[in-house]
Design a protein around this ligand. Structure first.
Ligand code: SPM
Length: 273
């Protein structure tokens, strides 16, 4: 019998994926954690019925959330990743030779452990000695830090359940405090077509806290119909300060052309802001 997974996009749109195999399924204290296998998109992490990442196209999202801020910073050494328990973002951060420390703050230990076992292409990097994994609340962790990080990356799930506080102004105020004087951050900020109000709210909150702020997009087929957004706030460095992409990194999505055009936005998104 065929098993179909249905993800709700809006009240009126649902997307269906045929599941080849369920590799892991467990209710953690925070959410339902599943790892399944699809035909075209391969193994995938699913949290509370929402696909977080798939082997097929994870590189697009993880490269864009990590390398855009890391190349704008002039010498990123200490990085925090909030959420991102699958390890994909940390894997990208570690590609920068200046990195000395990466603190991964993922509230749900079950996510980290299941990804280590079933998504080693992403979570294998968590064994790197520069990485510290903290299974605690990202909001509280950030609140306790001051002037410590060069770059903070908020690789959260959607603004429901455990991630809700990570889309609110008080969190971005704490992010500002946790960054060094020339620090910057990026957050995943959802779909411009289906979450326009959230994007507007997040953008205006960040604008009140950080002197420099940008929104950028990438097409991540797994997530949604249309593009996906990321919002970046910076204390000092502007997009023009970005170091040029080093082609020896051999990324699969990010390259010199993508870097040059990262912040070009279609008119409807400009108007949204
Ligand atoms: N490291 C991957 C973490 C993923 N973070 C973003 C997840 C967003 C998933 N929601 C997509 C909703 C659209 N259907």
């Amino acid at each position: 019998m065929e098993l179909w997974f249905t993800e709700r996009e809006t009240d009126n749109i649902k997307v269906q994926w045929k599941v080849n195999k369920t590799l892991y399924s467990k209710k953690s204290p925070f959410q339902q954690v599943d790892i399944v296998e699809f035909t075209e998109f391969g193994r995938a992490l699913v949290l509370d019925g929402i696909i977080q990442t798939t082997i097929f196209d994870e590189f697009i999202y993880h490269e864009m959330i990590a390398h855009v801020p890391l190349y704008i910073h002039q010498k990123p050494e200490r990085v925090m990743v909030v959420g991102g328990g699958d390890g994909g973002t940390v894997r990208e951060v570690l590609k920068h030779p200046t990195i000395k420390q990466v603190d991964l703050v993922e509230i749900d230990k079950e996510v980290v452990e299941s990804c280590k076992k079933y998504l080693p292409e992403l979570a294998g990097c968590l064994a790197d000695p520069r990485v510290n994994v903290y299974n605690v609340d990202g909001f509280k962790f950030v609140e306790e830090k001051e002037g410590y990080y060069d770059v903070i990356i908020i690789d959260s799930s959607d603004p429901i359940g455990p991630a809700i506080g990570l889309f609110a102004k008080p969190f971005y105020q704490n992010v500002y405090k946790a960054l060094k004087g020339d620090g910057l951050f990026t957050a995943q900020t959802e779909s411009p077509l289906f979450n326009s109000q959230l994007i507007r709210d997040v953008y205006s909150g960040i604008k009140e806290i950080f002197p420099i702020y940008y929104l950028y997009t990438a097409q991540v087929p797994t997530y949604s119909i249309g593009p996906w957004t990321f919002t970046l706030g910076s204390k000092k460095y502007k997009k023009e300060d970005a170091r040029l992409y080093d082609e020896n990194m051999k990324l699969r999505y990010f390259n010199k052309e993508i870097q040059r055009s990262t912040f070009d936005l279609p008119q409807y998104i400009k108007e949204l802001l």
